[in-house]
Design a protein around this ligand. Sequence first.
Ligand code: GDP
Ligand code: CO
Length: 408
Amino acid sequence: MLIIINNQNVFSNATTMKLDLPRYTERFGATSLHGVQRVYELDSGFDDGKSMSETLMKVGNEQISEIERKMAIVIPIKGERLRLLEGVLSGVPHDCLVIIVSNSPRQPVDRYMLEKDALQQFNKFVGRNALILHQRDPGLSEALNEVGYTSMLGPDGVVRSGKAEGMVLGMLLAKMAGKEYVGFIDADNYVPGAVNEYVKIFASGIAMSKTPYTMVRVSWIYKPKMSETGLYFSKWGRVSELTNQHLNSLISYYTGFETEVMRTGNSGEHCMSLKLAELLTFSSGYSIEPYEIVNVLEEFGGIIPTSYQDAMDKGVEVMQVETRNPHFHEDKGEDHLKEMVVASMGSIYHSKICPPKLREKILESLRTRNMLEEGQQEPPAPVKIDPFKDIDIRQFAKVLSKASTYAQ
Ligand code: GDP
Ligand code: CO
């Protein structure tokens, strides 16, 4: 069930990256939300040690490779085409540990088996480490039960379906593997070069961060769509626009100043230090990305008390970096968009820090778009996933490896 593919160590040859320092920052309790930073050069050449200007920063080879070695890249996948997965794998820098968490159908064709084979073949050629598991595997729920971490289990006793559930499992495996950072990349990306850029951005953001509690979110420069006249390079997805608008309202309500700082409310491509990740409560399915921001504000925004004093002392940083590569992924249609909007809005609406005025605004925008089902008064409250900081990760690993020998 859990396959570990071995690797010999090979030297990496990462390039440097040149990007903006944060130009403005919204402070919210112990949290700093930085405005979008741009990438100037994907490869800024040999690092001659000359200092940069006051507004740009060059992140060096060594530093990027060192961070990549401490990073796991989690790829959640549900029934995507294998060619796309292979492309994504080829874009992930060699030194990152790849963790694929699949919720693909196992019948009539065992798609998971195909993914495993593709990964195995890929790894044979490039010689690197990877983990893969199926999120609904009974061995996995046994291990979760064993360590008392049950908030992801459904009524049938196995882990629920949902992207968030896959991501949290990926984080557990990253922690199990002793990694310090965990990044997420969707499996349905058409452009391996973009995937590579995302990871360089993750590493550069971490290199710039001043606290161990850090998150780096990718803001796509364009999300192209097919139109009658050819490719149209749209700036914002429709879901993102709504989510960002309401996250910004939430921030403005508390600071008293209107803001547009949040641009990455739905960004699937993001990374966190495990030190931050393990403190967060997650929200299931597609509401995970916006709720990460809401939960950071709940925990570290200084509005309601927190038990995480160390993070309050050291501060939490959220960075947003705009890519150079456009984002091309599978088009999943209208119903999927609707599901994402309702889940995203629900995660803000049901937050204990969401003011009544914002609740009204959320309802209004859902109603005008006909997003609520007949008779539904409000978006459903998303199911929550507990923080994983207190899990006995060794015990989890032990049960998991025992279960996996049965499963194979
Ligand atoms: P969008 O890109 O945000 O519109 O959403 P997608 O439907 O493309 O999903 C993002 C990624 O999550 C893709 O790689 C999906 O295959 C994957 N995914 C979606 N649902 C699940 C799930 O239930 N479990 C896992 N493990 N992955 C999922
Ligand atoms: Co997608």
